[in-house]
Ligand binder design. Structure first.
Ligand code: SIN
Length: 285
């Protein structure tokens, strides 16, 4: 598929497309940025193989889509605080950053609009990332369940992932090369609608994730658990996903409003190093 500006090649039926013929290290014209944004809305995650980006250029590209953010629990680079370094060394343990199905930072009132990930060191095999299309997850539910979910809100919290509990211990003991801050306060949990209307496409998508969603609002965890577990499994059914094999210099840009993703941890004995920035988002409605 060619647009006037971009060579777009879908990689799966559900979502995901590679874009060729754009050099992100160069300043890009407004119509190219508009075409990239259109491709992001159409394909939900887009990939630019074979780039060569300094942190400053990565930041400059990201800023074309909105203000960039830091992260509550991961320190950025000293000279580029918006750039997080996601590193797992060859000798680090069995735990990785982002190694479960999640949508980024939904523990915030305003979760990121999008995330841009740049592959620096890539294992010879393994270390792929998967994404799941949350429009499809919603649209494939029965009308009855859609109606019920449309009336519900859910609580999202960073406590399990970054609070004093089990996962934070794993960060401390097993990912020593990442600058994770697990000793500060965890922000108060927030509520979001379970069905979100995408602010740009106007389409409805499911907006829960196993990483941060703990229960439905005004219900206990045990009351919520059965339906939430069903939704966690349903929302990442294989036919809603794509899988990207990284190569050094590849860039992925995903729409965090309508996707979940999962960083596979299957490259023991090899180094993986990525640089990540996020574009600020709005309050889900
Ligand atoms: C993330 O969840 O942001 C990390 C994804 C990856 O490293 O593939």
């Amino acid at each position: 598929m060619m647009t006037a500006l971009l060579d777009i090649r879908p990689i799966a039926g559900a979502l995901g497309a590679e874009i060729h013929g754009v050099d992100l290290a160069q300043p890009l014209a407004d119509d190219t940025i508009a075409a990239v944004r259109r491709a992001l809305l159409d394909h939900l995650v887009i990939f630019f193989p074979g780039q060569s980006l300094s942190p400053a250029r990565l930041v400059a590209f990201g800023k074309r889509f909105g203000p960039l953010e830091g992260h509550e629990f991961v320190e950025g680079m000293s000279d580029h605080p918006e750039v997080l370094e996601l590193i797992k060394e060859a000798d680090e343990g069995g735990f990785n950053f982002g190694g479960d199905w999640h949508t980024d930072v939904t523990f915030r009132d305003r979760p990121s609009m999008g995330t841009i990930l740049y592959g620096k060191d890539i294992p010879p095999c393994g270390g792929d990332t998967l994404w799941a299309n949350q429009y499809l997850a919603y649209e494939t539910l029965s009308a009855g369940l859609q109606r019920l979910l449309g009336s519900l809100r859910a609580v999202h919290s960073a406590e399990e992932a970054f609070g004093g509990g089990g996962v934070a211990q794993l960060y401390r003991s097993q990912l020593r090369s990442m600058k994770i801050k697990t000793d500060g306060d965890v922000p108060t949990a927030v509520e979001h609608p379970v069905v979100r209307t995408h602010p740009e496409t106007g389409r409805e998508c499911l907006f829960i994730n196993q990483g941060f969603t703990t229960r439905f609002a005004d219900m206990s965890e045990s009351e919520s658990s059965g339906l939430l577990q069903f939704l966690f499994a349903h929302s990442v059914r294989p036919e809603f996903t794509c899988r990207f094999r990284w190569s050094p210099g590849a860039v992925a840009f995903w729409d965090n409003r309508a996707t979940q993703h999962f960083a596979l941890n299957d490259y023991h004995g090899h180094r993986r190093h990525m640089q990540r920035i996020t574009v600020a988002g709005d309050r889900p409605i």
